[in-house]
Design a protein around this ligand. Sequence first.
Ligand SMILES: [Mg+2]
Length: 390
Amino acid sequence: MILHVDMDAFFASVEQRDNPQLKGKPVVVGGNSKRSVVAAASYEAREYGVRSAMPIFMAKQKCSNLCIVPGDMRKYSYESKKIMDIFMAYSPFVEQTSVDEAYIDITGCKRLFGDHTKIIMGIKNKILTERSLTCSIGAAPLRFLAKIASDINKPDGIFIIEKIMVKDFVKNIDIEKIPGVGKKAFEQMKILNIKKLGDIKKFNSSLILKKFGKFGTRLIEYANCIDTTPIGQNAKRKSISSESTLSEDTNEIEIIKKYLLSHSNAVGKDLRKKKKLTNIVSIKLKFSDFSQVTRQKVVNTPISSTQSIYRETLALLEKIKIKKKIRLVGVNVALLDKEIGHFQMELQNEVHEKIEKWEKVDKAIDSISEKFGNSIIKNAALKHQTNPRR
Ligand SMILES: [Mg+2]
């Protein structure tokens, strides 16, 4: 379950909290010169039609008794940090996306804090009692839905999209509510008569990809209730991944294996460059209908050689039933904190020797490709592979 927390009229609320004279009044934070714009507007000011990014002079025209407060970014970022600390007490997977917004992955928090309603109320309550501020929270099993949900009962509201509601909810989302849909995309959709997210599925995916490019992939995934964007920059940094879309969708195992080898090589190389090891290897396969599977495996002895990573990816591939054609193959490895040398000492001689042999091969390959570029040397199995489409 993913939460999206959005503070209500953040800068303006902080000012109203710290200056009781501003309570209940139309307040904007912003400069008072001709060229200034509204940085934040209190809900009282919004009732007059005042909005963020509106020129101050225009805001004054709309609301004659408007209180204009100069901003204090240091105060807001201090406040922001205090609020993020509250989130971090619930989950390590917090991703701050702006000064007053964050995603929190609370999937693993149930045992510690209770079900998600309890967690949501707990967070809201803490922000209110400790910071005297209100926020709106959206909750959903998918990241982009959480973002949409936090806006539904704003201000001071919550909206929870339970797992069983997802399919129906997704179908009926107004297209302009989808994060990332800008003016240009919106105009294009109007022409195609796409009004709801569910309408995307009426079109051939190749047409959507042609019209919307990379964002098209996202739209198709969203329409199929898929959002794999991880929460938390920490989680992202602690792994290395390599993936590519195939030049042509296929269900031929040998081709898929070649891609796995190529990506094992890419992540292995990166690992070795960082002098790191991995003990968790995962693979990702995306099918022609954009559904996807990931499988991961914990390996007992940490590894970094291309061959060892490749071997693990093959074991994972065997566990997946391939019923549809595949359009994308990816390999991901989690970084272990310790460096390579540390583990080598702990290894038994026998295993050590085997690994060392492959490490020598990798080392040679790494240094040659460093000097002459990636295309000059490849594993023999990859010899005839054409470059994947991007
Ligand atoms: Mg906000």
